[in-house]
Write a protein that binds this ligand. Structure first.
Ligand code: UDP
Length: 326
């Protein structure tokens, strides 16, 4: 069976991909610095705790493991923090990916799956967003990933045997249906997690950041995708490369969105708790609306979502929140 190295495999998205790779019988090595990940989240394969900054250590692990492909999730992911600490984002997301690509180059590993983000588009001119729209990130998080996309393109031009897929995630949420893994950050900033933790009483209230956006109810609109649909797309992309597919870039979202207020109402319905909500000023770096056009990944990779249902997404997240293992 093929061998896959997964960076950030102890994190929220990486751990769901590791679960699906493991279920399919892939041999897995996870490397993770556990800065936001958890060893309990790694359901399959081996975990080595190492930071991508430590290039020599990572290179030795790669040389010993001899992976057929690398899936790269290790990154910092908070838009608001990236505005305050841009260098952290350029270091962790851009510079550490260069380290990893140098290792791939030196060890001749030719298949690469990259976690990109809808934040590379910034404030799109038209909706839904297509892959060939211009990249105009409006925060350092999006820029740190857009830099990597450019680097990947240039690297691929220089190294013709190299094949990569870049997946631009919209808003990922939800948890494993069986409740084994889910999101677990010390200070979560994402909407659905914040809402559910407020319902649980961990926060006094939920702030709605911005109610003066040019949207029907004034709050931002996002395209929420269940983490297991997103994880499945990674396996589909990997197998596409293994079967001779060319390097490419795909959006990963459902193609329709919900406003922040609609999400809050659904969180209240699912939990049965009318938790306190307060309207607050806009958060730095937030575009008004982000919705994916997912035609390309459906057509070219044959990916099909299974959990396109906000209620299901929030139910699985709530089940995890109530029964967290880590
Ligand atoms: N949001 C909010 N309150 C929160 C967290 C998020 O109103 O406590 C809003 C945020 O301003 C954005 C949307 O929810 O408009 C999605 O934010 P999130 O951080 O979940 O994901 P992002 O789109 O930044 O990746």
């Amino acid at each position: 069976m093929k061998k896959v190295l997964v960076t950030g495999g102890a994190g929220y998205i990486g751990s769901h991909v590791v679960k699906q790779l493991g279920e399919k019988g892939y041999e897995i090595l996870v490397i993770d610095n556990l800065s936001t990940g958890h060893k309990e989240a790694v359901l399959y394969g081996e975990l080595q705790v190492v930071d991508l900054e430590e290039k020599d250590k990572v290179q030795k692990l790669v040389r010993d493991f001899q992976p057929d492909a690398v899936m790269h999730f290790a990154a910092s992911i908070e838009v608001e923090e990236s505005v305050r600490k841009p260098l952290k984002y350029y270091k962790n997301n851009t510079s550490n990916t260069i380290n990893l690509l140098q290792i791939l180059d030196e060890e001749n590993i030719n298949y690469f799956i990259f976690s990109s983000t809808a934040a590379v588009y910034g404030e799109p001119e038209k909706l839904p967003v297509k892959e060939d729209f211009p990249l105009n990130p409006i925060n350092p998080y999006g820029q740190s990933k857009a830099f990597v996309e450019k680097i990947l393109q240039d690297f691929n031009n220089a190294k013709k045997d190299f094949r990569y897929i870049s997946l631009r995630y919209f808003n990922v949420a939800g948890a494993d249906e069986k409740g084994r893994i889910g999101q677990s950050y010390k200070n979560p900033t994402h909407l659905i997690t914040r809402a559910l933790k407020t319902a649980k009483g961990e926060y006094e209230k939920l702030y709605i950041f911005g109610t003066d956006y040019p949207t029907p109810d004034g709050s931002c609109i996002r395209d929420f995708i269940h983490v297991d649909d997103l994880a499945d797309a990674h396996i589909v992309a990997l197998e596409y490369l293994f079967n001779g597919g060319e390097s490419d870039i795909f959006n990963l979202g459902y193609g329709h969105g919900y406003s922040v207020k609609e999400v809050v109402n659904m969180a209240k319905k699912v939990t049965g708790i009318d938790f306190p909500v307060e309207e607050a000023p806009r958060r730095a770096g937030d575009p008004a609306v982000l919705i994916a056009d997912n035609t390309k990944i459906r057509q070219k990779l044959g990916w099909k979502p299974k959990y396109d249902d906000l209620e299901y997404i929030i139910k699985t997240a709530w089940n995890w929140e109530l029964n967290k293992r880590y």
